[in-house]
Design a binder for this molecule. Structure first.
Ligand code: ADP
Ligand code: MG
Length: 343
């Protein structure tokens, strides 16, 4: 178990981490998700023992991490930019953590060679042991970095935007592959990303960060279906933000009303996902300003009353059936509206 309690970290007057508490269960793949500057790397570096917090504590299996030597923490680290040693072969890169071991744990040459061979098989780079980093593709280099991190049999694997610099397709492949590796090896992993799709696809648990604080922790489905704050709703993308007015537990949101049981009367803010808007024939809620075909769906760029803009996404079949044209007036039904107190 990794227990992070009330962690804070300042750089001058700036709070990079502000009272962060979090518990990481062994065996889980956890995503730290947040915009650039939200404190993800800072938190990861403190977990790795590369940096010290100003306040709070990290406990690894009940032991204060601050008292453990970096070597005894058994933490593997993979950075965004494949920080391989350029002048070392793939095999030497992977062997690095083994060669620097000291004392009775220090493996001999034959043992190192065997482990390196196994790790290269594992990351599907069999036969490339003699190559140098510049003779590899980006995806291959990142897998070497991962093999190097795994060589020390980490208790905890930390990955900081490990696929950030790679092409979309390679990224996708490596994501799935990392998920399998994590499961097969029984790792505990913490993975930093600013890409919500990556976090939702890959993680068991998503920690959404904003301005050095944890906004929400939950399963990907939880985070997507029940965003706890306006920030989470907007950061997960694909949300129409609308002004609302609450009266007696009901909110007026554009042409709709929604339950708002715990929100005080007055101005509020509401979110509707484009997928949760259905077009109803014959209604008069919006004008279609623009239509964009996106693979199996069509995005409708809409203008509601009072010049409010919104997007709806419907499937191609419904679109064809409804025979929608740019400039048409349409009715809209909102299947789900989330209302929050005005920030
Ligand atoms: P993220 O990884 O979420 O993009 P970081 O943890 O790298 O965010 O940084 C959080 C904030 O702390 C940023 O605003 C960054 O500029 C600041 N910061 C990080 N490291 C340092 C440092 N060594 N000195 C000064 N400011 C820093
Ligand atoms: Mg970062």
């Amino acid at each position: 178990m990794i227990d992070i309690s009330n962690l804070s970290k300042r750089f001058g007057a700036f709070a990079a981490l502000d009272d962060v508490s979090l518990r990481i269960t062994p065996g889980k793949l956890v995503a730290l998700l947040g915009p650039s500057g939200s404190g993800k790397t800072t938190l990861l570096r403190i977990l790795a023992g590369l940096d010290h917090a100003d306040g709070g504590a990290v406990q690894l299996n009940g032991l204060d991490a601050g008292t453990l030597k970096t070597r005894d923490r058994r933490v593997g680290f993979v950075f965004q930019h494949y920080a391989l040693f350029r002048h070392m072969s793939v095999a030497d890169n992977v062997a690095f953590g083994l060669k620097v071991k000291k004392g009775p744990d220090k493996p001999n040459k034959a043992q190192i060679a065997e482990t390196v061979g196994q790790l290269l098989d594992l990351v599907q780079l069999t036969g490339l042991a003699g190559r140098y980093p510049q003779q590899l593709s980006g995806g291959q280099r990142q897998r070497v970095a991962l093999a190097r991190a795994l060589a020390v049999e980490p208790r905890l694997l930390l990955l900081d935007e490990p696929f950030g610099a790679l092409d979309a397709q390679v990224r996708k492949d490596l994501r799935r592959w990392l998920r399998r590796l994590h499961d097969d090896m029984g790792l505990t992993s913490v993975f930093v990303t600013h890409d919500q799709e990556e976090a939702l696809e890959l993680a068991d648990e998503v920690v959404v960060m904003n301005k050095g604080r944890v906004e929400q922790v939950g399963s990907p489905a939880d985070i997507y279906d029940n965003p706890a704050t306006p920030f989470v709703f907007q950061f997960l993308g694909n949300a129409n933000r609308l002004d609302a007015v609450v009266r007696g537990g009901r909110a007026l949101v554009g042409p709709w009303t929604a339950d708002a049981p715990d929100i005080a009367d007055g101005p509020a803010v509401a979110f509707v996902r484009p997928h949760d808007l259905d077009v109803v024939p014959g209604g008069d809620h919006a004008i279609i300003r623009h239509q964009v075909v996106l693979g199996p769906t069509v995005r409708l760029d809409l203008v509601l009353d009072d010049d409010i803009t919104a997007e709806a996404i419907i499937d191609r079949e419904s679109h064809a059936r409804l025979n929608l044209r740019t400039g048409d007036r349409i009715g809209l039904q909102a299947r789900r509206i989330a209302v929050f107190a005005a920030p």
